[in-house]
Design a protein around this ligand. Sequence first.
Ligand code: ADP
Ligand code: MG
Length: 260
Amino acid sequence: MCKIYAVASQKGGVTKTTTVLNLATALALMGKKVLVADLDPQGSLTICAGVQFPDKLTHTMYSILSAALNEDRLPEPSEYIMKCSNFDLIPCNISLSAFELNRGHEIGAERALQTVLEPLKERYDIIILDTGPSLGILTVNAITASDSVIITVTPQLLSAVGLKLLISTIRKIQKHISPSVKIAGILMTMCDTRTNLYKEINDIMENSYSQSLRIFKTIIPHSTKVGEANLHRQSVVTYDKQSKPAQAYMNFAKELIKHG
Ligand SMILES: Nc1ncnc2c1ncn2[C@@H]1O[C@H](COP(=O)(O)OP(=O)(O)O)[C@@H](O)[C@H]1O
Ligand SMILES: [Mg+2]
């Protein structure tokens, strides 16, 4: 049975895209059939996955979501799903911001992605959704379409503080739109476990959230290897599989499957 995960956070720069890319690669290396979808108009995942000219694509997340909302017939998956080295991708580009601006208020807008993904579930073991830094209609679509949300938190005060808003948004989606969506857990990323900052934020997370939510045992370390891998349009898992962040993402994939 296919499982859909959204990787979300109310903030930018907290490793959502990196986590999607590396989790997808790690799961693919474990033999899973994986689809990733880019719901951030900045298109970072699309670029990191190796798409060279996102602005020249005929079909993107924007055209597919618009077709779903218009109740038009969707194109064949082979027309809009791209094959990357380890996984498949529904790409996007900046045009996706028009969905947020122009279509978000329409009836059914929050379920457009669910409509797109439903027929794809029989083709994949796992679908992972990358989201942008706002809690607007695109992120609401991703959470609504998912079975579980993975929340990334970095050891910075604002990352931990904004978490409340995201959790309350997920609770509202559970209440009003999609009762079955769950929070898979909180993934601590970009961590240097020796610093006081990490220790303090970790204490805040343990004290405030560990009773009600899973905090994943795997911690993704801060490492310059991640930036190097990005530069080469690769996941760190394929760029340097012995490196600490690569091993951590492999462990995270195993932990996620175990508690799936
Ligand atoms: N474990 C890590 N160690 C060091 N830098 C990281 C790590 N994970 C991500 N980064 C860097 O942090 C920046 C933001 O990551 P990104 O995944 O784009 O965040 P988001 O999608 O939440 O905006 C990128 O430049 C990325 O290379
Ligand atoms: Mg991103």
